[in-house]
Design a protein around this ligand. Structure first.
Ligand code: 13P
Ligand code: SF4
Length: 350
């Protein structure tokens, strides 16, 4: 566990982190990307960290790969690549820098290490987990294989390297339907997200899909009743749900897609009012680029994603910790499952 007091005193000795109006003014180009959602006092506090991280990235030859659920200061201030899980995995395999800092949760950093084993992959907070990744172990995969002999196992990337290694192929929310459709099997095992599996089953009618009972603590909280009530009071709202939501929620929505699918849908359609049924930072990160869209409705925060902060990223680069290591034999097995997904996605034109 990070000792926050020790971390803060070490950082303040090594960097000038005093808020300065002149510094914030000189960084208005960065602020312009988030000024609809980050207040001037908050940016004043963030600016010295953003400056220090961007300088340190150059010294360490590092890049920051950040998920769409990172907070706007990370997403717009320090990230080199932003995207959904599939995009981040594809980019991790192509990184030329020596160091990758993962703006995201532990399974994402592991995936980066699996795809770029020669790079140093830094995780700013090892406690940034995921309820889906915690829901299954390789024994769970074996249990499913015993119950449904011969059925291929399609495992969501939100899992540990060990679970990926025990699976046949990975998927993300942006390619799950197409990957399941492309498999030559009548029965397909999907792990560990029961709702993603059920949403895929709604769209792939010619296969029997069976699933593990895991779920995302952010998306499982939404209900169709919430959405219907919200629509009643806010006519004209376009509702967009992530496929980790229960099928009844997806059914009650106008569109469902991965986090990047959501960005594309809102960017292309520019609805006057949009409710994003997903993690809170999603709307915040695109609000400035889409001033014509009013983002309305409730959102849920992922406590794991929110463990990644500017000061932890700075500390991670300053101390070069915590470096992700994956047992080489496990990494090899996991790489096969992830690479199959990447290759199949390319083949399917995704
Ligand atoms: P995507 O960005 O792939 O849609 O995944 C969402 C998610 O919950 C990642 O943790
Ligand atoms: Fe895991 Fe859900 Fe958080 Fe994504 S949003 S990291 S799936 S708990």
């Amino acid at each position: 566990m990070l000792d926050m007091n020790a971390m803060r005193s070490e950082l303040s000795e090594a960097y000038d982190l005093t808020p300065s109006a002149d510094l914030a003014d000189s960084m208005q180009d960065i602020y312009a990307r988030m000024n609809r959602v980050v207040t001037p006092p908050d940016f004043l506090m963030a600016a010295p960290y953003i400056r220090a991280i961007n300088q340190l990235k150059k010294e360490r030859n590092a890049v920051i790969l950040a998920h769409n659920y990172m907070t706007p200061d990370i997403f717009h201030g320090i990230s080199d690549v932003v995207g959904d899980s599939l995009q981040l995995a594809i980019e991790a395999a192509k990184v030329e820098a020596d160091v990758i800092v993962q703006g995201g949760v532990h399974f994402m950093a592991e995936t980066s290490k699996i795809l770029s084993p020669d790079k140093i992959v830094l995780m700013p907070d090892m406690e940034a987990g995921c309820s889906l990744a915690e829901s299954i172990t390789p024994a769970g995969i074996e249990e499913m294989r015993r119950k449904f002999p011969g059925a291929p196992v399609v495992t969501y990337v939100n899992t540990t390297a060990e679970v990926k290694a025990a699976s046949d192929i990975c998927c993300t929310s942006s390619n799950a339907v197409q990957i399941v459709e492309a498999l030559e099997a009548d029965t397909v095992i999907m792990t560990p997200d029961q709702y993603l599996a059920q949403n895929v089953a709604q769209r792939v009618k010619n296969k029997r899909i069976v699933w593990w009972e895991g779920s995302c603590i952010v998306h499982e909280q939404y209900t169709a009743q919430d959405i219907n009530e919200f629509r009643e009071w806010n006519p004209g709202t376009v509702v967009i749900a992530h496929p980790e939501c229960p099928p009844s929620v997806v059914e009650a929505s106008d569109f469902s897609g991965s986090t990047s699918g959501i960005i594309k849908y809102v960017t292309d359609n520019k609805p006057e009012k949009a409710m994003l049924v997903t993690e809170c930072s999603m709307a915040s990160n695109i609000a400035d680029a889409l001033p014509e869209v009013d983002f309305v409705g409730p959102c849920n925060m992922c406590p794991y994603m929110k463990k990644i902060t500017l000061e932890k990223v700075l500390y991670s680069l300053h101390t070069m910790t915590t470096q992700i290591e994956v047992d080489p034999a496990v990494a090899e097995g996991a790489r096969v499952a992830v690479q199959r997904m990447i290759d199949m996605s390319k083949k399917l034109g995704l």
